[in-house]
Design a protein around this ligand. Structure first.
Ligand SMILES: [Zn+2]
Ligand SMILES: [Zn+2]
Length: 277
């Protein structure tokens, strides 16, 4: 086995030629489609608690669509994804306002100019259209609700778009994302963790080869990935997981990553694959 120094996968920062185009097409398409649906749902469902989750869901959908487009366009850059999600989140907010004015006006007013939308918002805030549980939302209170709504949509879209491909691995040689990941779970916990980590840093993963099945709620989980095309890129993630079961039966999982997306040799990969059986 070669003296392999521990390397770690990180996005190269590169962007496919059509990356930004794909990211924006998917993000904007979802923002306009679901923006309209969102306005109807918010208008006809008068429960703030449910509305909160609908708003969150809208932001997540736009973020996922943006991230999906970006990944399809081979964007290996979390910052570009973040800016994309921010942009499409703002467009989603805009679409929700176009829809909101359309729905609340009884399908009569279709405003596309942001300046006109702002003017209309001021009028609506002065009148106070929302009456829930005997509270009329208008003026400052209504602005407050709108700001929270805007933050949820734009914030969720931004974070989700950024996170979407952040845990994926791209093979720069083959110009492709790695497709699948193999998980080998419920292996016994590592003993002498400090020493193991030092060995990992030397490229020595042999302490993992003989791991048996875990007998307790604390266990090691391995994720191995490789590029099927060049068969030159192999990666390993090692997690230590503890599961606690509360008195009421709910499982609580605690995870810590010992190494993440570490480069391993083909021979290490083959040894680890055998643990699946
Ligand atoms: Zn495979
Ligand atoms: Zn490859």
């Amino acid at each position: 086995m070669g003296e392999l120094k521990m390397g770690k996968y990180d996005h190269s920062g590169k962007i496919g030629i059509l990356g930004i185009v794909y990211m924006l097409i998917f993000g904007i398409a979802s923002a306009s489609l679901f923006g309209m649906l969102y306005s109807y749902l918010i208008h006809f469902i008068p429960f703030p608690y449910i509305n909160f989750f609908i708003t969150l869901g809208f932001g997540i959908i736009v973020g996922v669509a943006t991230g999906y487009g970006g990944k399809l366009g081979k964007i290996r850059n979390n910052k570009v994804m973040l800016i994309g999600g921010l942009l499409t989140g703002i467009i989603a907010l805009y679409c929700s306002w176009v829809g909101y004015i359309f729905v609340t006006s009884g399908s009569e007013i279709w405003l596309l100019n942001p300046a006109s939308i702002l003017t209309m918002a001021k009028v609506v805030a002065a009148m106070g259209p929302w009456s829930i549980f005997g509270i009329t939302f208008k003026g400052a209170l209504l602005y407050f609700v709108w700001i929270i709504e805007a933050l949820i949509i734009v914030g969720t879209s931004t974070l989700v778009a950024m996170a979407y491909a952040s845990n994926s691995i791209f093979c720069e040689k083959c110009n492709k994302w790695l497709k699948h990941k193999e998980t080998i779970s419920h292996l016994e916990p590592l003993k002498n963790l400090d020493i193991r980590i030092k060995q990992f840093q030397q490229g020595d993963f042999s302490s993992l080869y003989g791991l048996k099945k875990a007998k307790s709620n604390v266990y090691t989980e391995l994720e191995i990935q490789h590029c099927h095309l060049c068969k030159e890129q192999y990666f390993l993630t090692v997690k230590l997981i503890g599961v606690n079961i509360d008195k009421d039966g709910t499982e609580k999982k605690k995870e810590s990553e010992i190494v993440k997306h570490t480069t391993i040799s083909a021979s290490t990969y083959n040894h680890l694959s055998k643990l699946k059986k």
